[in-house]
Write a protein that binds this ligand. Structure first.
Ligand code: CLF
Ligand code: SF4
Length: 527
């Protein structure tokens, strides 16, 4: 049954897809936005930098638009347990590490349970706009469950965008079905385009009822990934490519991957850090393969940014994630709870709520642009990073001690740019501060000059200052980018007047484990 409003909208859009994809291909990386002359890069590209048809597709997708991720939520349903390949950064006890950080596992659902869950979440969280299937194995190694789930959801919740994430091995054979179910967005994890590099990442694939190993396995996988990408973009389906950065294995090679996927029409490239703690029991974890540092990751993302749109706000979320990208509300929607929930899918109420969110977002963009105008004549080439404690909505609205992550912005004469996030241990332990956690927070934001917070106590303030990071609480509950630009203007003035000296900060650490809250959740039951 496909005659839904959602499907009709998508079908009418598809008429002009050739032109749209041409426009996507022509939109390369840093575009210069009209008016201010400031650049806006990658997935931070806003309404003024994208063709209107593309903007319509990405404006409320939290992964495809950096701006949207402050306001709109996604959810995953874990309906796909099996996988058809083996990655050296994966332990099958956990969720697919192509879109999830290892160390957490999801509750498996039937398509019917999944559909009920989507309706329950959409009724509770009206800003939830996207449903993704990202595991816990590979969605296309479980095609019947995956497509049944999409079918049910498109009937029950027609305004929700459908999203799929796959390793790509089975992609070419399922393109028509993906198009048939109006899946709006597809992610393919592509870690290499050279089978010799691939053989170091993938020990085997399972293809045509046979297990194939080594370079031949990587060759088949790569061919299917790239062919699948071409077939999707030919049909006007927006594609994102995820790549796991594995230092010494594929880090340099990812520049080549970036070029290969861009030339095949990928809209967005998401280079993610390898997470390889030994306790996850992955091949890379056990052989001591390290992940990249924060600056190594940023340098690679920066070097690819001139080529195409880069995603930098990925949270490597779990296969049953629910909520804004930086939060995890999955514990509110376990199967037991959903089955008892009375749900009322009110499309009009969802639309009305989203219209309010859109207004908030516009206000944020306007505030930023106003502040940006004051930097118009600025010629300094100083760039600094700033960490921000936020609960969402683009506001500095989180206390230092309550932050589970800090968002990182790069500030320069061009304005502010979101460049990543750093997951941290909670400093506040209910009445007292955890000094060990504070050390890890400082290591996680050690490349930043300032940290913006809604509130901070005296002790962490002093320790941050000693570490060379300025705690800033004067912009509590104000818009992040407007405030950060305002602070940066003052910083430049102080440097120019000689009041302070600008210096380059060091590197920072990317946290290797799962969040504490996740570790307290259910034990693994294996695939
Ligand atoms: Fe999910 Fe992936 Fe769709 Fe997003 S996640 S299937 S594209 S709706 Fe997003 Fe999560 Fe990163 Fe994935 S933050 S892991 S990129
Ligand atoms: Fe694991 Fe995902 Fe790789 Fe399959 S595709 S082996 S589930 S990381």
């Amino acid at each position: 049954m496909e005659s839904t409003a959602h499907h009709e909208a998508v079908t009418s859009e598809s008429v002009d897809m050739d032109a749209i994809m041409q426009q996507v291909a022509e939109h390369k990386g840093c575009g210069t936005s009209s008016g201010s002359g400031k650049s806006s890069c990658g997935s931070s590209a806003g309404e003024s930098e994208l063709p209107p048809e593309i903007w319509e597709k990405v404006k409320n997708h939290p992964c495809y638009s950096e701006e949207a991720h402050h306001h709109f939520a996604r959810m995953h349903v874990a309906v796909a347990p099996a996988c058809n390949i083996q990655c050296n950064y994966c332990n099958r006890k956990y969720d697919c590490a192509n879109e999830s950080r290892p160390g957490v596992v999801s509750e498996r659902l039937t398509p019917e349970q999944a559909a009920k869950k989507v309706v329950a979440v959409a009724s509770t969280i009206p800003q939830m706009t996207v449903l993704g299937i990202a595991g816990p194995g590979d969605p296309l190694a479980n095609p019947a469950k995956t497509f049944k789930t999409f079918e049910l959801i498109s009937q029950m919740a027609p305004d929700i965008k459908l999203c799929l994430s796959t390793n790509g091995l089975a992609l070419p054979e399922h393109i028509d079905t993906i198009a048939k179910y109006n899946v709006d967005h597809v992610t393919i994890t592509i870690n290499m385009v050279d089978p010799e590099v691939g053989a170091k990442i993938y020990p085997w694939i399972f293809y045509k009822h046979k297990r194939i190993e080594g370079i031949e396995a990587a060759r088949i996988l790569s061919e299917h990934q790239l062919r699948g990408l071409e077939m999707l973009t030919e049909r006007g389906i927006l594609c994102k490519v995820n790549s796991v950065m594995i230092p010494g294995v594929n880090d340099q090679h990812l520049v080549e991957v970036n070029k290969a996927v861009k030339s095949r029409g990928a809209f967005l490239h998401n280079i993610m850090p390898l997470i390889s703690a030994p306790e996850h029991g992955t091949v890379f974890g056990l052989t001591g393969q390290r992940g990249p540092s924060a600056q190594e990751l940023k340098a690679l993302q920066d070097s690819c940014e001139g080529e195409m749109n880069m995603m930098r706000h990925c949270r490597q979320c779990r296969a049953d994630a629910v909520g804004l990208l930086g939060e995890d509300r999955s514990a509110e929607f376990t199967t037991d709870k959903i089955m008892d929930m009375e749900v009322n899918y009110d499309l009009e109420a969802r639309k009305a709520y989203q219209a309010v969110v859109e207004q908030e977002r516009q206000a944020k963009v306007e505030a930023k642009n106003e502040e940006l105008a004051a930097l118009a004549d600025e010629t300094s080439d100083i760039k600094v990073l700033a960490a921000v404690a936020t609960k969402g909505s683009g506001l500095i609205n989180e206390h230092f001690g309550h932050a589970k992550e800090f968002q990182i912005y790069e500030l320069s004469a061009a304005g502010s740019k979101f460049v990543g996030h750093r997951r941290v241990d909670l400093y506040c332990q209910g009445g007292f501060g955890d000094d060990t956690a504070l050390e890890t927070v400082i290591r996680a934001i050690n490349d930043c000059h300032a940290v913006f917070v809604a509130k901070i106590g005296g002790c962490p303030k002093n320790d941050l200052l000693k570490a060379g990071i300025e705690p800033v609480d004067e912009f509590a509950h104000e818009f992040i980018e407007k405030s950060a630009i305002s602070w940066f203007k003052t910083y430049l003035e102080k440097v120019k007047s000689g009041e302070i000296q600008h210096f380059t900060r060091g590197d920072a650490e990317i946290r290797q484990g799962a969040l504490i809250a996740d570790e307290e959740r259910k034990v693994c039951d294996g695939v």
